[in-house]
Design a protein around this ligand. Structure first.
Ligand SMILES: Cc1ncc(COP(=O)(O)O)c(C=O)c1O
Length: 563
């Protein structure tokens, strides 16, 4: 497959000079309930430059001081960093207490960490989830807003006070959810569904513990739905009923943990190869299973670079290869070229009994089959497993996923468990028995044709967003097979939070799911334009260069626009 980055049209619009758009944030900005006041120390600190995840640098200057970094997030960062804000590690004795409980307690009490905040504070470096070093801000410490559990008063039962209090809390929470759902663009979750018909089942403790195909002693299960769903996916990915094994997972991460574990069990001395833009769960699997992992470079599109893959395979030909192939990368929505990966393995001399391919389709596993011209994910090809998330494109209200592998592989992994009268081949023990019901319900209602229509609408709307951003003078990229629109990271952190954008380094993305309408996209773009103008004095926008992240042809900075 050709490099997937779509080419932007050559006309490069100039950044609009939005002096008139310098309006203040609306007073009823819904996110405000989640934000604390900007911290003066930190507001001055953000004049510094912080390096981004890609090693690029990102100026976080916010001249208007619109809420950007918050003391709570720094406290939490310090907590997770296990060190005091002044850089002294608790183990060195500069901080009282050295265990995490103690740190948490003191964090809650605003000791140690808050009192040490000073101007010029250096933000700590982090090991990113996929092992890249970088500097970034963690989200706010939720201990600030947590709803604590209180013991009921003796007379609560008769007065009903506690019930009334809890009903109030839940009603307010519901309103928050409605609002947060309205302003959601950064995560690939389809929030458009109606599962009213399943409400009647909420009162049951449905648990599919053990193997989906072998009934356990626990009778309150939904295996009949689970296996129906698995059959549907096996058919989609072209594996016969008696040749596949699979289960409904807790999420896409569990699918990756399982797929890579199957690969490791098939090839105990295998080396894991994954592109550096793979999801962090892939590298977590390598750490959990103590596997050797080789990171492969990517093209600007985010797709695996098969030239680099070939070179790295050639250097390690003596060991079997376990490969993670991305059917949609997390940040750029890039689809690795499965056929080219297989050809590359063959060119280096790997035969089919020397490699195992896990396809991470968390994001596009259920979109790709419905995209014309998209390369096919199929067990007719020499792949070992495929996983997908159920709460993303499919639209389940709780995290879940599907993992399918070949029957021949699962026997290596399984153990019989007498007390279950079943077999253990899954990562988890107890398994959510409600998730199969939601999946079964939505697959039945939509069917292949319904998903196809939704995919087409998402791709159309993603193109619409891309051209609106392009016309407004933003650097923007959209991969050919993707509905993930990548653009320059908004400087206004309050805006990022309001729209729940996922950011990495100097880019952010919006993922166009079935619940994203053109009206929502219009609102988003208009607010983004206004928010950007507010970050520059007099609204005179200077477009940042994001060529290294999205390619020169997609960058809208003065240098790349002019060339
Ligand atoms: C490519 C990819 N793989 C795996 C995952 C993990 O999926 P989940 O959040 O369902 O655990 C994600 C999540 O966004 C992803 O983008």
């Amino acid at each position: 497959m050709a490099p997937a980055a779509s080419t932007s049209s050559s006309a490069c619009p100039s950044a609009p000079d939005l002096k008139g758009a310098n309006a203040p944030l609306p007073a009823d900005l819904p996110i405000s309930s989640f934000l604390c006041e900007p911290n003066a120390y930190l507001s001055s600190n953000v004049e510094e430059t912080h390096s981004g995840g890609h090693g690029g640098s990102l100026s976080r200057t916010n001249k208007n001081n619109v809420g950007i970094f918050h003391d709570e997030s720094v406290k939490r960062q310090a907590y997770y960093d296990n060190s005091c804000i002044d850089g002294a590690h608790p183990a060195n004795g500069h901080c009282e207490g050295s265990n995490s409980d103690d740190l948490l307690r003191r964090s809650n009490e605003n000791q140690c960490i808050q009192t040490d905040l000073k101007p010029g504070l250096n933000l700590h470096s982090f090991q990113n989830g996929n092992d890249d070093a970088g500097t970034f801000i963690l989200g706010r410490n939720m201990h600030h807003d947590c709803l604590s559990i209180t013991e009921p008063d003796i007379d609560d039962e008769s007065t009903g006070d506690k019930e009334a209090y809890m009903a109030g809390v839940l009603a307010r929470y519901r309103r928050t959810l409605v609002d947060r759902t309205k302003y959601h663009l950064g995560y690939p979750y389809n929030l458009d569904f109606d599962y009213g018909a399943l409400a009647q089942l909420q009162h049951f403790s449905i648990n599919n513990l053990g193997d989906p195909f072998i009934e356990s002693n626990y009778g309150v299960h939904s295996r009949q739905f689970e296996v129906g769903v698995l059959d549907w996916f096996a058919r989609l990915w072209e594996l016969e009923k008696d040749e596949y094994w699979g289960y409904i997972t807790n999420c896409g991460t569990e699918g990756n943990l399982h797929g890579i574990l199957v690969g490791r069990e098939v090839f105990p001395d295998g080396i894991l190869y994954a592109s550096c833009e793979s999801h962090y769960s892939v590298f977590k699997a390598a750490r959990m299973y103590r596997m050797d992992v080789v990171k492969v470079a990517t093209l600007v599109s985010g797709e695996i670079d098969c030239v680099d893959l070939k070179r790295k395979l050639e250097e390690r030909k003596d060991k079997p290869a376990i490969l993670n192939v991305n059917i949609g990368t997390t940040v750029k929505g890039a689809v690795d070229d499965l056929d080219l990966v297989i050809t590359t393995l063959q060119e280096v001399g790997f035969t089919e009994n020397q490699f195992f391919i896990h396809c991470d389709g968390a994001l596009f596993g259920l979109m790709m089959p419905f995209v014309k011209k998209a390369p096919k994910v199929s067990f007719k090809k020499p792949i070992g497993s495929v996983s997908v998330s159920g709460h993303k494109f499919v639209g389940c209200p709780m995290p879940c996923g599907v993992q399918i592998t070949r029957m021949e592989h699962i026997n290596v992994l399984s153990r019989n468990v007498e007390y279950l009268a079943s077999r253990d081949a899954t990562i988890m023990g107890s398994r959510n028995g409600h998730a199969p019901l939601f999946l079964w319900y939505t697959l039945n209602r939509k069917g292949y044709r319904g998903f196809q229509k939704e995919v087409q609408r998402c791709l159309r709307n993603a193109h619409y967003l891309k051209s609106r951003l392009h016309d407004a003078g933003f650097g923007v990229m959209l991969n050919e097979l993707s509905s993930t629109v990548v653009f320059e990271r908004p400087q206004d952190e309050a805006f990022v939070r309001k729209w729940q954008l996922a950011c990495q380094g100097d880019i952010a993305h919006a993922v166009v799911m079935p619940s994203v309408t053109t009206e929502k996209l219009d609102n988003f773009v208009e607010e983004l334009i206004e928010s950007r103008a507010r970050c520059f004095e007099g609204g005179k926008v200077v477009v940042p260069c994001v060529a290294s992240a999205i390619g020169e042809e997609n960058c809208a900075c003065s240098k790349h626009c002019a060339s």
